[in-house]
Design a protein around this ligand. Structure first.
Ligand SMILES: Nc1ncnc2c1ncn2[C@@H]1O[C@H](COP(=O)(O)OP(=O)(O)OP(=O)(O)O)[C@@H](O)[C@H]1O
Ligand SMILES: [Mg+2]
Length: 345
């Protein structure tokens, strides 16, 4: 057995207390119960490692699509640094947004919700870029998350900024379903994998309370070259060897994460085959079931419209990309409650 695994097993063995063991088992049971429930307020986070892949475009258009079918939909621009959902919807920067709620200028989150002019579709803008997402404190993060969860909408779509900051990852992890958006470019694909891997390590790090194991995970996250990296499988394998039941429950919890993938800006047949391959690879190498939702075509009219900052509704509904988004959003049924509710430290 390789030395890294020996170290990993030894380290974990020292720190698996009976209490931790029972925590894992309780969580696995909770997943089974949650799985059976349906959700009313379905929170979808739209993210991915790379900038400019179309996260905001897909959030806005999916929102329009779901709202046009009679669902009450709320869009949240959680990319506080460069909030632009309002532009896609043809709105001037709203006077109020998430930052006002965080700065306590508005005492209730309902006070920062604005109309979009589209039936059934509301928006919480990131508004003034006072606070970068990466700088949110633990308390601010909890405040946003717990208030979002209380809102009464059929669908809440959260548009995340690029990158893998803890805040972005945590928003993704607390939602009922996370949608990764990638473009077919190799750098985007690579960043999407990086995002998925960071997500898992963030998740495991929060689940495991012992300091030494946390630091082991942190080292794994920081290592980028293959042979030194502790993959999720390495970690699970190490845990399973000592405690088969525990390894199973982690694996079962991981398999219940509801993560989807959309390939945006697809142009060729080859591009269209990428999503399925990525989903298979993610299962094979990370142990997470990523569900490939579909491709959205690259469309010059969409690009032109976006660059001219025209409202999406002026040009998007007539595009092939919109038809594809309609098809994709039909798959977004809120049948699971799989979000995490761990305290994010
Ligand atoms: N399907 C598409 N067809 C053509 N162009 C597209 C498409 N999707 C996105 N784009 C182009 O990509 C740009 C970025 O889109 P968008 O702002 O939605 O990306 P993003 O992932 O939200 O970016 P950021 O990471 O900066 O928040 C758009 O301005 C547009 O030019
Ligand atoms: Mg964006």
């Amino acid at each position: 057995m390789d030395i890294q695994k020996k170290v990993a097993i030894g380290t974990i063995n020292c720190y698996l207390t009976p209490q931790l063991r029972s925590q894992w088992l309780a969580m696995a049971e909770e997943v089974a119960i949650r799985k059976a429930k349906t959700v009313e307020n379905y929170i979808l986070a739209i993210g991915g490692g790379k900038g400019g892949t179309g996260k905001s475009l897909i959030t806005a258009s999916m929102g329009i699509c779901l709202a046009s079918r009679g669902n009450e939909v709320l869009l949240i621009d959680a990319d506080l640094g460069t909030a632009n959902l309002h532009t896609l919807l043809g709105l001037e920067p709203p006077q109020t947004g998430l930052s006002d709620f965080l700065a306590k200028k508005k005492s209730h989150i309902n006070g920062v919700i604005v109309k979009t002019g589209i039936n059934n579709l509301k928006l919480i803008s990131g508004a003034k870029d006072i606070i970068g997402m990466a700088n949110l404190s633990y308390v601010q993060k909890r405040k946003i998350l717990s208030n979002i969860k209380k809102l009464n909408y059929s669908y809440i779509l959260v548009d995340l900024g690029p990158g893998t900051s803890f805040n972005t990852l945590d928003f993704f992890l607390i939602s009922h379903c996370g949608i990764l958006i990638t473009s077919p470019e190799p750098t985007s694909i690579e960043n999407t994998y990086r995002f998925a891997r960071s997500l898992l390590f963030r998740y495991l790090r929060n689940m495991i309370s012992q300091k030494v194991v946390k630091s082991m995970i942190d080292k794994g996250v920081m290592q980028r070259d293959g042979h030194k990296f502790y993959s999720v499988f390495d970690l699970l394998e190490a845990i399973e060897k000592i405690e088969p039941e525990l390894g199973d429950s982690i694996a079962s919890y991981l398999s219940s994460l509801d993560i989807k993938l959309i390939v945006n800006q697809a142009r060729t047949t080859r591009d269209r085959a990428i999503g399925q391959k990525m989903a298979l690879a993610a299962r094979k190498y990370f142990g997470i079931p990523i569900d490939f939702l579909g491709n959205v075509s690259y469309d010059n009219n969409v690009r032109r419209g976006l660059l001219q900052r025209k409202p999406l509704m002026d040009y998007f509904p007539h595009s092939k990309a919109f038809e594809e988004i309609i098809e994709i959003s039909q798959k977004m049924l809120p049948t699971y409650q799989l979000g995490l509710d761990f305290s994010t430290r």
